[in-house]
Write a protein that binds this ligand. Structure first.
Ligand code: AOF
Ligand code: ZN
Length: 377
């Protein structure tokens, strides 16, 4: 009897017993005894609503991610519109995402999709709208999304992150609530902050999101001994640390950030092109940091900065609305960024090659920000 009883108690939560539908359920014990019990209908309602919200928010984040590299300095935003049918089941009736800077926001794309078709002209009355950022309330390059949501008779808006943009910052939610719309905030909040880490860093800290990146050998060197005079990773040079896959990944990263920065030493030695050539996508803004003012021939279109500290450099980029930057070297600049603490991610492309000596790679101490990429074999 005791084992039976403890089995019953353990089931619903720990073993993930299907949450109640209000109906009596029966299970058989090993000895063939039948036990009836009734599940907790109200618990299922709560669970299901939260699970449903989480599931649709995940879809918003997935949609949003497609704008990476194309919407900056705007955030990545996805939107899903859901209607509950007569059978009580919810269905997605429209989706959209912010695709290009200056173009429609996610909500507008979802709510006006096929606007000239009967479906597009729908009011979406009674629908729930999921969006991973607080709907905007301002007239920017596009009219306010909050107004359109009200016009379309949406009754519930589920959000992931509040918008830190001072033009919005709570006014979007206030508009919706004033129109009697139920607002749910903070669903998958951490995932949303990670997806939009560039936007949040730029808005909240007044500086671009900083990624420090370098390639190092399996034994921790960035370059062979100086005496060899060989630049690692340099264009047309005979020595190459990264594998082809790592190189392609590196070029993909270049398409994802607004700018790419090197120091004058790297510029003079490698004459890097700083373009994304091995991956399709937008090109980053090349930046060269020339603290000693020794460069005369910086190509047009490059940003030539003569700032002295990391803080000043980031301020100069922020003022030019550059939301994120990959710092690709050299060693001195990487060390300066590491020492300043003004960086968000370190990406190390670790090569299978061993150099046995040479220029040691930096040794970042904050492991939480370090990501190591080794080739797949
Ligand atoms: C939304 N949905 O999909 C996005 C929002 O210059 P604009 O008009 O494109 O406005 C940019 C600002 O709008 C941006 O900084 C952020 O606050 C918000 N982005 N809002 O409701 C969207 N991309
Ligand atoms: Zn908007």
């Amino acid at each position: 009897m005791l084992s039976l009883w403890s089995g019953y108690v353990a089931f619903p939560r720990a073993a993930g017993w299907p949450a109640g539908d209000g109906k009596a359920m029966q299970i058989y014990t090993k000895k063939g005894n039948r036990i009836f019990f009734c599940n907790f209908a109200h618990r299922k309602e709560e669970m299901t609503q939260h699970e449903t919200d989480t599931q649709y928010m995940r879809r918003c984040l997935q949609l949003a991610a497609q704008g990476l590299g194309r919407v900056r300095p705007n955030p990545l935003v996805g939107c899903v519109v859901v209607v509950r049918g007569a059978d009580g089941k919810s269905r997605v009736v429209s989706e959209g995402y912010h695709q290009e800077h200056g173009h429609n926001h996610a909500e507008r794309n979802a709510l006006l999709r096929g606007a000239d078709s009967p479906a597009g002209a729908r009011s979406y009355e009674g629908a729930t709208l999921y969006v991973n950022l607080e709907p905007c309330s301002h007239y920017g390059l596009t009219p306010p999304c909050a107004n359109l949501i009200v016009e379309k008779s949406i009754v519930r808006v589920v959000c992931c992150n509040d918008d830190p943009n001072p033009l919005v910052a709570g006014r979007g939610f206030a508009k919706l609530e004033a129109a009697g719309i139920e607002v749910v905030r903070g669903v998958l909040e951490e995932e949303g902050r990670w997806l939009n880490r560039r936007f949040f860093t730029y808005m909240e800290q007044g500086r671009p999101y900083v990624i420090l990146k370098w390639a190092e050998s399996a034994d921790g060197y960035m370059a062979p001994a100086a005496a060899t005079g060989v630049a690692v990773g340099g264009q047309g040079k005979s020595y190459w640390l990264s594998t082809e896959d790592q190189n392609r990944l590196n070029h993909r990263w270049r398409t994802e950030e607004a700018a790419i920065l090197v120091g004058s030493e790297t510029y003079l030695r490698d004459r890097p092109a700083l373009t994304a050539r091995h991956y399709l996508g937008p090109q980053p803004q090349p930046v060269v940091l020339d603290r000693r003012g020794r460069l005369k021939d910086v190509p047009s279109g490059w940003l030539h900065l003569q700032t002295e500290s990391v803080g000043e450099t980031l301020k100069a980029l922020y003022e030019r609305k550059i939301q994120s930057v990959i710092v690709e070297g050299g060693r001195q600049i990487l060390d300066a960024f590491l020492a300043s603490g003004l960086y968000d991610e370190v990406r190390i492309l670790r090569s299978p090659v061993r150099l046995g000596g040479g220029l040691a790679a930096p040794t970042p101490t904050d492991g939480r920000r370090v990501h190591i990429y080794t080739p797949i074999r």
